[in-house]
Design a protein around this ligand. Structure first.
Ligand code: NCD
Length: 338
């Protein structure tokens, strides 16, 4: 049992550094299971309900896969229109009902604060899979876990790290959660590159400064990505704009390709993105010509997401010490996935 057992994961503000280390240590132990070298049945009989009331590919599937990899079963509902919320049911009622069907719930919803409201009425732990523009805690955890690993290749850690976040920082819940988590480290240098109207919310900037970090805001990509350890690119969150036309004004404002990288970044700068990257010609925020760049970490992020989500389930359901006890060898061909 740990401090996580039985608890919700709603916001990154609930974590301290020690807890982060604990999550990352459990995530590291999940590698043989995610790599399919071993199978564990530690959550055999347990049920996860995935409630995704907003578009998702990797968050929904990686939470589901993580639960399956621990031996549990997954039930899901996707889309607001196909759920009873479209019939006027309250979050309270939905939570009371669904929490009778599952041992744990992951929920994504377009309204800020909705997952926390749902969690209040839930009888089982709830994980926030993204609530509007507000927070995306599991993404921030996997991003931080990835940063740690990437920096370790250069004998560096997160204290005094220099990070540039680019794009729609006003609506991007990933950058909101990630900035707050990074603030737990020592003297982080943040550079926020965004169009004037899409800057990082003032309350987050003030929070980072109050915690003793350095914050630079700029509209210049070239200036922002020079001399940083990590470039964290993001997508224009078109679903949060009043119309596609308004979103179109910002699409393609900041494009990173191999030429831009070699021209302006340090040779060791790590490139990250929560994905999906918008690869349409009018956006192309992270060009596919970066795919062979060894510092492009985007697919390591998605692989790490499974490890971190497995760790969260194991810790919340109190089985983190028992995973190996329920392990057995794999019988099938495991391919060249890793
Ligand atoms: C992000 C999200 O949903 O906030 N995606 C994800 O979960 N990896 C980022 C985005 O959609 O741009």
């Amino acid at each position: 049992m740990s401090a996580f057992t039985g608890n919700h994961i709603l916001s990154v503000s609930q974590f301290d550094r020690e807890q982060l280390e604990q999550i990352f240590a459990v995530a590291d132990q999940m590698v043989p299971y995610a790599k399919r070298e071993k199978v564990t049945r530690v959550l055999e009989g347990a049920i996860l309900n995935n409630l995704f009331f907003e578009a998702s590919t990797r968050t929904r599937l990686s939470f589901g896969s993580a639960f399956n990899l621990l031996g549990g079963e997954v039930r899901e509902t996707t889309g607001l229109k196909s759920s009873a919320l479209a019939k006027g049911e309250s979050l309270y009622d939905t939570a009371r009902v669904i929490s009778g069907y599952a041992d744990i719930i992951v929920m994504r919803h377009p309204m800020e604060g909705s997952v926390a409201e749902f969690a209040k009425a839930s009888r089982v732990p709830v994980l926030n899979g993204g609530d509007g523009s507000n927070e995306h805690p599991s993404q921030a955890l996997l991003d931080l876990f990835t940063m740690r690993k990437e920096l370790a290749r250069f004998d560096r850690d997160l204290d005094e790290v220099k990070v540039a976040m680019i794009g729609d920082l006003a609506h991007g819940r990933t950058v909101h959660s990630l900035s707050r988590l990074l603030a737990l480290y020592k003297k982080v240098s943040f550079t926020f590159v965004a169009p004037k109207e899409l800057g990082m919310p003032i309350e987050i900037v003030e929070y980072l400064i109050e915690k003793g970090h350095e914050v630079t805001e700029t509209q210049s990509l070239e200036q922002g990505i020079a001399d940083v350890d990590i470039v964290y690119q993001t997508r224009i969150q078109e679903e949060r704009f009043s119309s596609q036309e308004v979103a179109n004004q910002y699409r393609g404002a900041y494009r990173i390709n191999q030429y831009v990288y070699s021209q302006f970044c340090q040779p060791s700068t790590v490139i990250m993105h929560p994905l999906p990257r918008d690869s349409r010609a009018e956006a192309n925020e992270l060009d596919t010509d970066l795919n062979e760049n060894p510092n492009l970490a985007i697919f390591r992020q998605t692989d790490n997401g499974v490890l971190v989500r497995m760790a969260l389930f194991a810790l919340i359901l109190g089985v983190e010490e028992k995973v190996a006890e329920y392990a057995r060898p794999v019988n099938w061909y495991i391919g060249k996935r890793f």
